[in-house]
Design a binder for this molecule. Structure first.
Ligand code: FE
Ligand code: FE
Ligand code: MG
Length: 166
């Protein structure tokens, strides 16, 4: 544990660790939602959608990596069992039971919008009290905003295509 590194955090470290573990649970669920979505998705523009879902899956895993590194640095215990993910999650999990592209895109857009709200709140909490965590969260939030944009752009293309078929 980074003893001095932990001592410079100007907020309740256990409370911060709890928030970071909740975000870690979100990232694993987001990873799986993208990963499994890419396997089952069906419909028009499937190839473009699969490429984006697969890329986002790897980026969610990178977020999990960033979070777990910080949790360990602060002397915390990262979530050890997948069973805890659904208990700790802020944003939940949407199983892609309907494999249609538009439905999968909407589910993941909803997930990204939740992630943006969660990380934006974490930025507010850490801005003055923990610049190291702030910097990590800022990196992650930048990706989540990009994810929302990527998926909504695909959804717009899909809607345009449907519109012009009429
Ligand atoms: Fe993420
Ligand atoms: Fe994301
Ligand atoms: Mg992308």
């Amino acid at each position: 544990m980074a003893v001095t590194g932990r001592s410079i955090v100007k907020m309740d470290v256990d409370e911060l660790l709890n928030l970071l573990n909740k975000a870690l649970a979100d990232e694993w669920l987001a990873y799986y939602q993208y990963w499994i979505g890419a396997k089952v998705v069906k419909g028009p523009m499937k190839d473009a959608v699969i490429a984006e879902l697969e890329l986002h899956a790897t980026e969610e895993l990178t977020h999990a990596q960033l979070l777990v590194t910080r949790i360990v640095q602060l002397g915390g215990t990262p979530v050890l069992s997948p069973g805890e993910w659904t208990k700790l999650t802020n944003c939940g999990y949407d199983a892609p039971e309907d494999p249609f592209v538009a439905v999968i895109l909407d589910q993941n857009i909803k997930g990204e919008q939740c992630a943006i709200r969660v990380y934006n709140k974490l930025l507010d909490i850490t801005r003055e009290s923990d610049p190291i965590t702030f910097n990590i969260i800022l990196q992650i939030l930048t990706d989540e905003v990009e994810h929302e944009e990527d998926l909504t752009a695909l959804k717009e293309d899909f809607d345009l295509m449907i519109e012009h078929r009429k």
